[in-house]
Design a protein around this ligand. Structure first.
Ligand code: ADP
Ligand code: MG
Length: 225
């Protein structure tokens, strides 16, 4: 059963009166429990695609089914709700709130999902990424790798089945990036569907399948051997 299904997806951006095509008709699906990387040159539309399949943006045309639900037919509120339930996000620049402790950052998405903040569960999520000893630290008091662990803990707080990472190791050195990929590997083994964007082949090698695209089209879709 496909948890993500994209059919002839197109996205244009309006630039000074003309429409610039960025995604030119993508079709693929991802089954529940897969571990996938998306590769492609800078500017090829990887983040644009992530934002659409992450329900942060809408396509210009085409279909996107998330866990069988046609996201094109949903209101913005309904899409936000589905996003909060189904998807955890990890970004290249961590995107933590600078004045809040690690623990407060981690429990924040519970509020967006309409739950009450559960600090005990927040601590468990931090513990699961090896940061039980850093719950009161603010992002500035943490290394890049630690900040990304906090962001991963935050992505897990609502127990979504899907985790998206947009170049999650892009700001980290090689060995810290490897530690972050070990965490994604474990999450995938535990049953999460994990999709990451990367332009580093060593990072993509942690995943089981590589989707490559170029000029807004899918160039290849191959298993990692
Ligand atoms: P990637 O993540 O692969 O580097 P992006 O998806 O960020 O690529 O961008 C793809 C193309 O779309 C780029 O040419 C970029 O300039 C353009 N683009 C991205 N976001 C916008 C936007 N909000 N408005 C106009 N153009 C955009
Ligand atoms: Mg990008």
């Amino acid at each position: 059963m496909a948890i993500i299904e994209v059919i002839d997806l197109k996205k244009n951006y309006r630039m000074g009166g003309s429409e610039v095509p960025v995604l030119k008709g993508l079709s693929f699906s991802v089954a529940e429990g897969e571990f996938v990387s998306i590769m492609g040159p800078s500017g090829s539309g990887k983040s644009t695609l992530m934002n659409i399949i992450g329900c942060l943006d809408r396509p210009s045309s085409g279909k996107y089914l998330l866990d069988g639900l046609d996201t094109g037919k949903m209101s913005d509120t309904a899409r936000a709700h589905v996003r909060n339930l189904k998807i955890g996000f990890v970004f290249q620049s961590f995107n933590l709130l600078p004045k809040m402790s690690a623990l407060k950052n981690v429990v924040l998405p519970q509020m967006y999902a309409g739950h009450r903040k559960d600090y005990r569960h927040g601590k468990e999520c931090l513990q699961s990424v090896g940061l039980a000893h850093r719950i009161g630290h603010t992002p500035m008091q943490l290394s890049g790798g630690e900040q990304q662990r906090v962001a991963i803990a935050r992505s897990l707080i609502n127990e979504p089945p899907i985790i998206f990472g947009d170049e999650p190791t892009g700001n980290l050195d090689t060995s810290t990036g490897a530690e972050i990929m070990e965490i994604f590997t474990r999450l995938n083994r535990e049953g999460k569907t994990v999709i990451i964007v990367t332009h580093e082949p060593e990072i993509a090698r942690y995943t089981h399948r590589i989707l490559r695209f170029r000029d807004g089209l899918l160039e290849s879709d191959e298993p990692v051997v």
